[in-house]
Design a protein. Structure first.
Ligand SMILES: Cc1cc2nc3c(=O)[nH]c(=O)nc-3n(C[C@H](O)[C@H](O)[C@H](O)COP(=O)(O)OP(=O)(O)OC[C@H]3O[C@@H](n4cnc5c(N)ncnc54)[C@H](O)[C@@H]3O)c2cc1C
Ligand code: SF4
Ligand code: SF4
Ligand code: FES
Lengths: 262, 599
């Protein structure tokens, strides 16, 4: 355990807080307490940066935007999966040490950094976007705002992979990983399937490779999404319906695709 | 020397933001074996943070818009110091590049007749920015990323390049390290495209991420290439100022484009008092005209709230200095009293959440507090406008790390379009060069070894300097001495401090192992950070005038004589910096006529 000397602090000018950070790698690790000063308005990531700059230069943590836009800084704070750059210290009980651990579902690399390649590999498998021909000679398309709104909701995804982290199908059962792409990729698949310009059919892929049947609609993914994407209601359930429709009722499915009334 | 992991490609693109992704897509499509290398995970580059939009004269909102007007706005916004050929190519090709994104899956906001919606922005005559609410960068990077993945381009993520190597005078590859393991890696390449972004981490208050340490600028400079216009730094007028932990985080210009105004502590729209002669003819003089302009751009002139960024940033500094600032040392940006709450939430959802979550401010009910933040580096690698070729054979650059396109000041929205237009062109340039090369260049083992030795030295140093403290001291020096308003003596003082900091950086100590060690990574980044800081300061000292993103308190006038020159930097044989005045690309009569036309 490392302890900072905070005796030089004037009372009232700033307050100290203790972060109990997981330090270690694939071979094992331990919690280390860091007590540092904290400024008004700070988020967990700010305090970690103070730890890095003053006590543990080698503390591994990912971040880029510090504004909830890039999805790099996912971790579990007091056991709760979140973006550390959007988690204000004043929402936590700082009278006790605050635990900061890496997201659990992915293999640990070091400290708060995990190997998220599962998600990048999943993305590679998804059958590509296949647009119809442009509507005008300059290569442009005509689409109405109301027709793209759902797609825009899905495209808000910042790939923080928190939904993947909390999904019990892979969190509690890593053996499912080869057969299940996870909620993030269902959002991507739903986006492609509902894209007004797309002409491909991914239903079979969603059922087979995607493993959508593993999902039993617990909605944990929706609850954790920092972009408030309605992952289960707007993406997963419609995809499940498509799969069921195609599987059991191909006529209804083809009718739907042809008329856009699916 | 132990064998290090080595890969061989025709084209290696360093940087996976908009410019790098677009370059890699093009090079790969032309048949060049292409690799894409980046410091962060794929999709996390700076481009993801862009908010307001992509400037492209598609004419969807105002049919009067066309490339000629966009060209004119860009050149004037850059205070006539930009490369006119680049500005021309950019304005001409941006619409096709935006349409291309749509054909790759992007979903931009729409007009009522189903075209791509366009928004008003500073310095642009007409509504010109294609956007998705205020998360345009996310849409752009995700679209390019997904397209690149679909094309099967090899991506090396969390891999940092430390040096470029040459065979004789031409590029032969690059050497770097895997952040995860700390292992070294070499790329043997016929051509290298730099697309590494900016230098924001040299300044205390900035809107940039840890990645912005000027690596591409430095890699090019160390390899013998020229940098230009390094004195021009864009301070975006509206960064968050409170609470301290968010200071510098960007507030998109889209807030003003969509109706927000800047006010001081007296509640006055102070920008009307800061209209320079240069922009007087095209700027509204009364609040009434300014307010009409939002809905009718043909018969009214632009609100001064949307003057180019350098003008607005200086005005804010002046207001604060005169004691008319906001409680935390900024000014007010008010959209709450001007637009309905549901409109604000729909047009600016990220801003709404950003303020609500990080500052406890509801922007639909209260004004924001804002102040200038270091945002963009105008200067960069000198390139051929048509191909993106740098002055070293085999080296190309595009995006924020390339220079010339934006002159002394960049217009908002002109970066994302720049990435697409010149990313693609650099991809073509590099692929054609690589595929046309007879014998492939050789990567000398000894050269590779000298780079790995240097990286080891940073790790093994037994000094007692903390790299984080060095970076912090540098940020303070640059911010206070080479910031928005500069003077000769202060810049000299900064140069002294930079020299000092170089000495300290050599003694930076690193704890822990080589595996995912941010302290070590920073110790290595300090080399490029200090190099670009020196480049900025030297250029700023030399230019004895004020223009765009370079304001000298001791030389307040814009000097027509200086308007004929770029400042160009290269490395002397002894490692010192050589600064030269090089003549601006002369503007052909037909383009010049576009600028003189109707004010
Ligand atoms: C908050 C914010 C909002 C903005 N909004 C807008 C806007 O609305 N419109 C607009 O036009 N512009 C906007 N800009 C500016 C614009 O986003 C950037 O200028 C642009 O995205 C830069 O793109 P790039 O491709 O040049 O570099 P980046 O997107 O920054 O990518 C740089 C890449 O280089 C990699 N890299 C760097 N160094 C190395 C190295 N040594 N080795 C390997 N890889 C390396 C990084 O990992 C990264 O992948 C905004 C900027 C910010 C910060
Ligand atoms: S709803 Fe489905 S995908 Fe989402 S967390 Fe639950 S099981 Fe996983
Ligand atoms: S869907 Fe939401 S939780 Fe999942 S990766 Fe995207 S932003 Fe994160
Ligand atoms: S740092 Fe980008 S989301 Fe947290």
């Amino acid at each position: 355990m490392t302890q900072a000397d905070t005796s030089h602090l004037e009372p009232g000018t700033s307050r100290t807080v203790t972060l109990r950070v997981f330090r270690g790698d694939a071979s094992g690790g331990e919690f280390v307490d860091y007590t540092v000063e904290m400024d008004e308005g700070q988020v967990v990531l700010d305090v970690l940066h103070t730890v890095q700059a003053t006590q543990a230069g080698d503390l591994a943590v990912r971040w880029n935007c510090k504004a909830g836009k890039c999805g790099s800084c996912s971790a579990e704070v007091n056991g709760k999966p979140c973006l550390m750059c959007m988690t204000r210290m004043n929402t936590l009980d700082v009278s006790k040490p605050i635990s900061v651990t890496p997201i659990k579902t992915f293999p640990l690399i070091k400290d708060l950094v995990t190997d998220v390649s599962f998600n990048y590999e999943g993305a590679k498998q998804i059958p590509a976007f296949a647009p119809r021909a442009p509507d005008a000679a300059d290569g442009s398309y005509r689409m109405m705002q109301q027709d793209i709104e759902r797609g825009q909701e899905f495209r808000k995804c910042i790939e923080c992979f928190l939904c993947q982290d909390v999904c019990h199908v892979i969190r509690d059962h890593p053996e499912n990983k080869p057969n299940f792409l996870g909620p993030r990729q269902f959002v991507r698949l739903a986006e492609l399937e509902m894209h007004p310009l797309d002409t491909a059919d991914r239903t079979e892929f969603i059922r087979e490779a995607g493993g959508i049947a593993y999902c039993n609609i617990t909605k944990c993914c929706t609850e954790v999404c920092p972009e408030s994407i309605h992952i289960t209601d707007n993406a997963i359930i419609p995809l499940k319906e498509r799969v069921v429709d195609k599987y059991y009722d191909p006529f209804r499915w083809i009718f739907g695709k042809l008329t856009g009334r699916d | 020397m132990a064998e290090i992991e080595t890969h061989e490609y025709d084209v290696v693109v360093i940087g996976a933001g908009g410019a790098g992704l677009r370059a890699a897509i093009e090079a790969s499509a032309l048949g060049a074996r292409t690799a894409l290398v980046c410091k962060s995970l794929l999709g996390k580059a700076h481009t993801v943070m862009a908010e307001g939009g992509i400037a492209a004269a598609m004419g969807n909102v105002y049919a009067e818009d066309n490339w000629q007007v966009h060209f004119r706005d860009t050149m004037r916004g850059g205070k006539m110091l930009g490369n006119c050929r680049m500005a021309q190519i950019h304005a001409q090709e941006a619409p096709a590049r935006v349409h291309e994104l749509e054909s790759w899956g992007a979903l931009f906001d729409r007009t009522d007749d189903g075209r791509i919606q366009q928004r008003a922005f500073g310095g642009h005559r007409y509504d010109r920015l294609a956007h998705v609410g205020d998360r345009t960068g996310l849409e752009m990077i995700r679209t390019l990323q997904q397209h690149a993945v679909q094309e099967g381009i090899d991506v090396y993520m969390e891999c940092t390049i430390s040096r470029l190597l040459k065979d004789g005078d031409r590029i032969s590859g690059a050497v770097g390290y895997w952040r995860e393991s700390g292992e070294y890696v070499a790329f043997k390449a016929k051509a290298v495209v730099l697309a590494t972004g900016g230098t924001g981490k040299a300044f205390r208050i900035n809107s940039n991420s840890w990645e912005y340490t000027g690596d591409g600028h430095s890699l090019a400079y160390w390899a013998g290439a020229e940098l230009i216009d390094m004195e021009f730094i864009q301070f975006h007028p509206t960064g968050m100022v409170w609470p301290p932990s968010v200071r510098g985080i960007l507030v998109t210009e889209g807030v003003r484009g969509d109706g927000g105004t800047l006010t001081n502590s007296d509640g006055k729209r102070f920008m009307f008092g800061y209209i320079s002669d240069y922009f007087r003819a095209e700027t509204a003089e009364t609040e009434e005209e300014a307010d009409r302009w939002y809905d009718d751009k043909l018969n009214n002139r632009r609100t001064p709230d949307l003057l180019p960024r350098d003008e607005v940033a200086r005005a804010i500094v002046a207001e604060v200095k005169a004691g008319r600032g906001s409680p935390h040392g900024g000014v007010f940006l008010d959209i709450a009293s001007r637009r309905p709450a549901d409109y604000i939430k729909r047009a600016l959802p990220s801003m709404y959440h950003q303020f609500k979550q990080l500052a406890d401010v509801d922007i639909t009910a209260a004004a924001m507090e804002v102040g200038p933040t270091m945002h963009y580096t105008m200067g960069g690698v000198r390139v051929e406008p048509d191909t993106g070729a740098a002055t070293v054979p085999g080296l190309f650059a595009a995006g924020e790390c390339a220079g010339g396109m934006h002159g002394a000041n960049r217009l908002g929205g002109n970066s994302l379009s720049d990435l697409l237009v010149f990313g693609r062109r650099a991809g073509i340039g590099a692929a054609e060069y690589a595929l046309g090369l007879g014998s492939p260049p050789a990567l000398a083992d000894a050269d590779v070894a000298s780079v790995t030795t240097e990286m080891d030295a940073n790790f093994g140093s037994d000094g007692d300097e903390n790299p984080y403290t060095i970076q912090s001291d540098l940020q303070d020096a640059m911010h206070t001495l080479v910031g928005i308003i500069r003077t000769g003596p202060e810049i000299e003082e900064a140069l002294g401090k930079i020299a000092d900091l170089k000495g300290r950086a050599a003694k930076a100590s690193v704890t822990g192992s080589k595996a995912y060690n941010p302290g070590w990574h920073l110790a290595m980044d300090l080399r490029s950070l200090l190099t670009v800081s020196e480049a900025i300061a030297r250029s700023a000292a030399e230019r004895t005038e004020s223009r765009g993103g370079h304001t000298r308190d001791d030389y307040q006038e814009t000097d027509p004589e200086w308007g004929k020159w770029n400042l160009s930097l290269s490395q002397n044989a002894d490692g010192s910096m050589k600064l030269e005045k090089t003549p601006l690309l002369e503007i052909p009569a037909d383009l010049a006529a576009l600028i003189e036309e109707a004010g």
